[in-house]
Design a protein around this ligand. Structure first.
Ligand code: ACO
Length: 346
């Protein structure tokens, strides 16, 4: 019998800013109401980072918490997070709001702070699907090269700095935060199925205009002498994104279950990207699935883009709502447009 490669999530971590901004607080500053935001999105609050915090700061903290969990739970032989960090082969960061435009990558900044001296590091640009893409990329990298064993996959975002605070239809939706997982390759002859089981990655670039940060890239660069009226911000066609998201979530869940010949009853949790609770409820209705299968924490954190799924995984994990052997389906969608999902045996 051949050797089987497995890619298992060994530990999780998250980091969110302390500052909690409720809908009611926003309603004091703009023409909205707590009730409108809650009834249209399922959001009650979001975390907003202090001015001196960047994405890599939250990403580093989430990564550190994941390494600390691995050490404390004894899932590795290393005795300190520092020691474990030095064994990492790769650090992948999914972010739409990197510390710097273009370069250096946020992953390199986190690699330096972790003193992960043996790790490669790179960012992934797939917006809110970034963690889904990142997990599959990490498994691909670990599968090539016998000596590679461990990878951190991090989603970290400071979206509060890339929204137009004068546009009530977008600014109320987003929040700041980071989540991280430690992915480890094991090669074994035992045939028990564990870890990353299957991934689907898809894109529809024809919808790129529906969710875009227009200013600042090579298409629409800043020039010397420009007067900056606004910082670059997210522009969104809310209705188009909503319709795309409901279809994307439905399609990915259906296809992942079908290809693995599974049913909804086999799943412990569906962990969707947390963009709008109504998107999740509409997809659940289309699929005929009970809404309780879907884990939602959007009420407290709002949409944290690439961070939302790893934050949700960490919350489930730390609350001991995940057992070894549980089947989980993570599903993401976002700018690009991108979408995809991972089936994971915990
Ligand atoms: N407070 C009060 N009223 C508001 C607000 C607000 N914050 N925002 C919009 N409105 C008003 C509008 O002006 C409009 O008023 P009008 O009828 O007088 O013109 C009315 O509410 C209805 O607006 P709609 O846009 O029709 O509201 P809808 O129910 O469609 O909800 C929303 C808007 C929440 C943005 C929805 O379209 C949505 O969730 N879209 C998908 C968003 C998403 O998922 N984005 C991210 C995905 S990818 C990623 O994470 C980067």
């Amino acid at each position: 019998m051949g050797v089987i490669l497995r890619f298992e999530i060994k530990a999780t971590g998250r980091a969110v800013p302390q500052r909690r901004v409720s809908n009611e607080e926003l309603a004091q500053r703009m023409d909205t109401s707590g009730e409108w935001i809650w009834s249209h999105t399922g959001i009650r609050a979001r975390r907003i980072a202090s001015v001196d915090t960047a994405s890599s700061d939250l990403g580093f903290e989430a990564a550190w918490n994941a390494l600390r969990m691995a050490v404390e739970q004894g899932v590795c032989v290393e005795r300190t997070p520092e020691e474990l960090a030095s064994t990492l082969d790769m650090i992948i960061v999914a972010t739409t709001t990197p510390d710097f435009y273009g370069c250096p990558s946020t992953a390199c900044l986190i690699q330096n702070r972790l003193r992960a001296k043996n790790a490669g590091a790179m960012d992934i640009s797939a917006a809110c699907s970034g963690f889904i893409y990142g997990l599959e990329t990490a498994a691909g990298i670990l599968s090539v090269g016998k000596e590679r064993k461990r990878c951190l996959v991090i989603g970290c975002e400071i979206l509060s700095r890339f929204v137009d605070w004068n546009d009530r239809s977008t600014c109320v939706l987003f929040g700041d935060g980071a989540g991280a997982v430690l992915l480890e390759k094991t090669d074994t002859k035992d045939t028990e199925v564990r870890g990353l089981l299957r991934t689907i990655l898809r894109a529809d670039g024809a919808g790129s205009e529906n969710l875009v940060i227009k200013k600042g890239g090579s298409r629409n660069a800043y020039h010397a002498g420009d007067i900056f009226e606004f910082a670059p911000f997210i522009e969104m066609n809310g209705h188009a994104v909503y319709n795309f998201a409901v279809s994307a979530v439905t399609e990915i869940i259906r296809d992942l279950l079908q290809v693995e010949r599974l049913s909804v009853d086999d799943l412990r949790w569906i962990v969707p990207h947390q963009a709008n609770a109504r998107i999740v409820h509409a997809a659940a209705k289309r699929l005929g699935f009970p809404p309780e299968k879907f884990f939602l924490n959007i009420d407290e954190y709002a949409n944290t883009s690439a961070a939302s799924i790893p934050i949700a995984l960490d919350e489930l994990n730390r609350e001991r709502r995940l057992k070894k052997g549980d089947l989980i389906l993570c599903v993401g969608f976002g700018a690009g447009l991108t979408y995809g999902g991972n089936l994971i045996v915990w």
